[in-house]
Design a protein around this ligand. Sequence first.
Ligand SMILES: *Cc1c(COP(=O)(O)O)cnc(C)c1O
Length: 234
Amino acid sequence: MSIQNNLNQILDRIAKAAQSLGRKPEDILLLLATKTQPIERIQEAIDLGFGLIGENRAQEVTDKFPHIQRSDKAVMPYQQHFIGHLQTNKVRAIFPYVQCIQSMDRASLAEKLHAECEKHNETREIFVQVNVSKEESKQGLATDQFFPFLETLQELPMLKIRGLMTIGLNADDEKSVREGYAHLRALNEQAITQGLMPNTATELSMGMSHDLEWAIAEGATMIRVGSAIFGERK
Ligand SMILES: *Cc1c(COP(=O)(O)O)cnc(C)c1O
């Protein structure tokens, strides 16, 4: 299947999932997870209008993002995100190439990013990553560290919080996976109610190739899709 066919299939899945819930498909952003993909394949998707992309590793950001060309077509807003675990000492290298860091999960990283913002006099967008699946291997804040971390962010005004991000439970059991996504949404609502997040920070980045319907059912506003568009990774 071509990238174009795969993209059409994903748009179709988003539309069906949204419509069955009375949600508008255009309220759900599609971010392409481009890890391990060569520049040419990423560019192919961008030329079709899918310029909302995310990488997992600093090395891939600095290798690829400087070479990517914008396209006039814009099915999705054109933006480059970081979505993987980010070492503090890599912040400086990726800073020029990313507008948003979705994997914000600790004070040392937030402080480092904020210092870089001050140096350049530029803001950056963030999502706070929470580990709602409670799998040991997963990145993101434990839920009991979530509210204290938001207090830290209040001291860092150049980081603009868009919402929350999570990597879902890797399982076929719909109920357990959806519970995690529902939990993320509840944390977001609580944080806004308590004034710990701006009331505009309502975005939820959750759902991937295999479970985007379940994430959309629990309120996802951005799904991150890799293999269903580019094929299985080696
Ligand atoms: C790879 C990746 C995705 C996409 O996963 P697929 O199963 O390939 O769709 C989404 N989010 C993150 C953080 C990823 O690393």
